[in-house]
Ligand binder design. Structure first.
Ligand SMILES: NC(=O)c1ccc[n+]([C@@H]2O[C@H](COP(=O)([O-])OP(=O)(O)OC[C@H]3O[C@@H](n4cnc5c(N)ncnc54)[C@H](OP(=O)(O)O)[C@@H]3O)[C@@H](O)[C@H]2O)c1
Length: 337
């Protein structure tokens, strides 16, 4: 089978296509013939040596994909041949709170990812995907969508009448927009691009703020909410946005700490404003299989469709990864096989 591995160093120039034998499923395992993949900024982080650099040589990158079950090992009974499934991001996190050991079972680092024609996964690490989604759409779910679902619905408990702020128009944020709307909230989107804001408004956002023109977007949020502040902010910016998120929050509101797009450490975090806001900071780490399954029910019942930026053929996977590095996309970048 064709597969990509990271070989001989870090960076996109070290992502090379290789030939590997198609694996045989052992007890409790399923062989999945991949049909589509989607990219997350973490995939670039893995390839560039930011995550688990000591485990990256020879690794198959990319955590998210969907495929068809083509062989089952002895005793594997959760699925049948032909079922369309996604691998869950954290393979061993089935339900409840995660344990530190779960973090050693994430796809695309430290475990091999899915940038290959076939993948062998334990049947426990798979979920069926909603029928109405195309392969590319279904491939977007494991990381970005489950993270947004965890932040907004499972942990965030966003309710009708709430105001939710999502930052930028990337994968997590566009899912967070859709899930917050599903809960009956109004959604404010910030973006560095007027054109992307228009697309977010077309997807159901209620208000857009161009942060390149209005760097103090927190004041625009306060103005839009008549001084009350937002009930929930999905913070993907990290270093440059967390203090502003606190400032944009209502008293007793929640911030989902999700991303680190502008840096992984906030050296000047202002504790007093956070105390005065009684801010509830909840850190999110993708989600469990149970969360993925309940999210899929919601997506299925409501006919939601993920925002897809572009779709590349498998042989142009490195070009797809290059597009991810540009930051000039809207929603998810996919690869089909
Ligand atoms: N904790 C978790 O479980 C988890 C799970 C998934 C992802 N993440 C992290 O969450 C972040 C977002 O992930 P993603 O997959 O949604 O990324 P993505 O699809 O690459 O989103 C990138 C978009 O975010 C916006 N952006 C970039 N820098 C920004 C900044 N400084 N402030 C505000 N917005 C900014 C831009 O949108 P505009 O051009 O519209 O401004 C950009 O196109 C990443 O740091 C990722 O590593 C964490």
């Amino acid at each position: 089978m064709k597969a990509y591995v990271v070989r001989g160093g870090f960076g996109l120039d070290h992502v090379v296509q290789v030939d590997r034998p198609i694996p045989e499923p052992g007890p409790g395992q399923a062989l999945v013939r991949l049909k589509a993949l989607s990219l997350n900024s973490r995939d670039i982080g893995v390839i560039e040596g930011f995550y688990n650099p000591e485990r990256t040589e020879g690794l198959i990158p990319v955590s998210d994909g969907v495929g068809e079950i083509v062989a089952l090992g002895e005793g594997a009974a959760r699925f049948k041949l032909g079922d369309r499934v996604c691998g869950i991001f954290t393979q061993s996190w089935i339900d409840g709170e995660p344990t530190p050991a779960n973090w050693t079972s994430t796809l695309g680092s430290p475990l091999n990812g899915l940038l290959a024609e076939y993948a062998m996964l334990p049947e426990e690490g798979l979920v069926r995907v909603p029928d109405h989604l195309s392969d590319a759409e279904a491939a977007t779910l494991p990381c970005a969508a489950v993270t947004a679902w965890h932040a907004v619905v499972e942990e965030g408990q966003v309710r009708a009448g709430d105001t939710v702020v999502v930052q930028g128009t990337g994968g997590v944020s566009m899912f967070a927009l859709q899930f917050a709307k599903l809960q009956g909230a109004q959604v404010i989107v910030t973006s560095g691009s007027g054109e992307k804001l228009e697309r977010a408004l077309a997807m159901g956002a209620d208000h857009g703020i161009l942060y390149t023109e209005k760097a103090d977007w927190e004041n625009a949020v306060l103005a839009y909410t008549q001084g009350r502040g937002a009930d929930h902010i999905v913070d993907v910016g990290g270093a440059a946005t967390l203090n502003r998120s606190v400032a944009a929050l209502r008293v007793g509101g929640r911030i989902s700490i999700v991303g680190l797009l502008s840096g992984a450490a906030v050296e000047d975090f202002a504790i007093v404003p956070a105390i005065l806001k009684k801010a509830r900071l909840q850190a999110i780490n993708v989600g469990s299989r149970a969360m993925f399954e309940s999210m899929n029910r919601a997506i299925g019942h409501n006919g939601l469709r993920p925002a897809i930026d572009s779709v590349f053929p498998f042989d142009e996977a490195v070009e797809a990864l290059r597009r991810l590095k540009t930051g000039s996309y809207f929603g998810k970048i996919c690869i089909t096989l």
